[in-house]
Ligand binder design. Structure first.
Ligand SMILES: *[C@@H]1O[C@H](CO)[C@@H](O)[C@H](O)[C@H]1NC(C)=O
Ligand SMILES: *[C@@H]1O[C@H](CO)[C@@H](O)[C@H](O)[C@H]1NC(C)=O
Ligand SMILES: *[C@@H]1O[C@H](CO)[C@@H](O)[C@H](O)[C@H]1NC(C)=O
Ligand SMILES: *[C@@H]1O[C@H](CO)[C@@H](O)[C@H](O)[C@H]1NC(C)=O
Ligand SMILES: *[C@@H]1O[C@H](CO)[C@@H](O)[C@H](O)[C@H]1NC(C)=O
Ligand SMILES: *[C@@H]1O[C@H](CO)[C@@H](O)[C@H](O)[C@H]1NC(C)=O
Length: 358
């Protein structure tokens, strides 16, 4: 073998080894990492039901019509189990629930299929149906942002909570919506309030701790203490490849559910959302005038009407008095009209001034 041919051999060997090595790595760490600061030009999303991308760039899951269901999933599945261990994952998103109702709520979903098993609307959030709650073949994990109590049917904490759902809509853990300030204050957050709220869901595959944090986007920075920090083993729920996305539903009551931005990542922290670039949320229709406005309008028109009546009465009285006091000549005076009127007397005496009379 000449030195040059052995050199070519070595280069070829290294190239093949590096290819094999890369391929091996890519099959193990097929990390998913994406960020939508707006959905205006979004590709790689599958929408169904009432879900659509609005011209302003918001991903609308439902509008405020009744009995709607909408899903939006990232097209390709994410590998969330590797060698019998759940891969750590992290997501951040901004949502806005504009009430026309109150409505039902929305959920971040990790599911084995983009078509959820037996999903029905209303309190089931288009996630599951009443016949498959708790069925281990569902393979559905969700973090729900729920705005109804469902008449006690699903053991809801209250009509404004965040819950962790494992194959069921009876939440495994649930907390009234809110966040903690760094000095330990517990601030409640109204989910359905037409304000943009950011949520973070982080799962650590090795410690099996799930953290859920929310805060209105008006809050300067991400709260350090999560609203929910709970040990949950997702291994029985997850298959190797799962789809990530959102689900929302309306029922007899309805509100629109919009996602404004979303980032997701496996194997690391989700990219930060640029809050300065959030799409605008469609404005809710102007609310009907409040009771106090109605009361004010009635009061003002009463005052105006009363004033007009008083002025009219005063004017009529004045006309009447003028007619009564008008000097009328008696019949015998007609031939000799020399009577002095009060006005003439008054003028002549300069108002009955003493010096003139003297
Ligand atoms: C709300 O969404 C439904 C389903 O996509 C659609 O049929 C309906 O026209 C929408 N209503 C309004 C007011 O946009
Ligand atoms: C769970 O769901 C599967 C698939 O839909 C079904 O075959 C099974 O009967 C269900 N199990 C129960 C206990 O309902
Ligand atoms: C709700 O909670 C009660 C009491 O803890 C329990 O008996 C009932 O089965 C629960 N309902 C559901 C749908 O899980
Ligand atoms: C939560 O899920 C765990 C299994 O992950 C289960 O043992 C526990 O009973 C569940 N708790 C509730 C309240 O559903
Ligand atoms: C925070 O406040 C809510 C009421 O708004 C209460 O239900 C909840 O238990 C509080 N959480 C903590 C950890 O104090
Ligand atoms: C979850 O929150 C706890 C408490 O703040 C923190 O120690 C832990 O690192 C967090 N885990 C993840 C995956 O964010």
């Amino acid at each position: 073998m000449t030195p040059s041919s052995s050199c070519i051999c070595l280069v070829g060997y290294l190239a093949v080894m590096s290819l094999l090595h890369n391929c091996f790595l890519c099959s193990v760490t097929a990390d998913v990492d994406f960020l939508y600061n707006s959905f205006k030009h979004a590709t790689d999303l599958s929408l169904d039901g009432s879900a659509s991308i609005l011209s302003g760039g918001a991903l609308q899951l439902t509008n405020d019509s009744n009995n709607l269901m909408g899903h939006a999933f990232f097209d390709s599945p994410a590998q969330v189990v590797s060698g019998n261990v759940v891969v750590s994952f992290s997501t951040a998103f901004v949502f806005d629930i504009v009430t026309g109702g109150p409505g039902v709520g929305l959920a971040f979903v990790v599911a084995a299929s983009k078509v959820l098993p037996g999903a029905t609307a209303e309190q089931y959030l288009d996630l599951l149906g009443k016949n498959n709650l708790g069925n281990s073949s569902n393979h559905v994990f969700a973090v729900e942002f729920d705005t109804v109590q469902a008449n006690g049917l699903l053991n809801k904490t209250n009509g404004n909570h965040v819950g962790v759902d494992l194959n069921s809509l009876v939440s495994n853990v649930s907390e009234p919506a809110g966040y903690f300030t760094d000095d330990g204050k517990n601030i409640s957050v109204t989910l359905e309030s037409a304000q943009s709220i950011q949520a973070w869901v982080d799962y650590d595959g090795s410690s099996k701790i799930l953290n859920v944090t929310i805060a209105p986007v008006s809050v300067a920075s991400r709260p350090h203490r999560p609203l929910i920090s709970h040990a949950i083993d997702l291994l029985p729920i997850f298959k190797q490849d799962m789809y990530v996305g959102f689900s929302a539903a309306t029922g007899k009551l309805a509100s629109s559910h919009d996602i404004l931005a979303w980032s997701f990542r496996t194997g690391g922290a989700a990219q930060a959302i640029d809050l300065s670039r959030l799409p605008k949320v469609p404005k809710p229709p102007a609310p009907p005038p409040s009771m106090s406005t109605v009361v004010n309008i009635v009061a003002v028109s009463c005052v105006v009407t009363l004033t007009a009546i008083v002025v009219a009465i005063a004017f009529a009285l004045w006309l009447w008095r003028r007619a009564i006091l008008a000097e009328t000549l008696e019949e015998w005076e007609l031939d000799h009209p020399h009577r002095l009127s009060y006005k003439e007397l008054y003028r002549a005496t300069k108002g009955f001034w003493n010096s003139v009379l003297d």
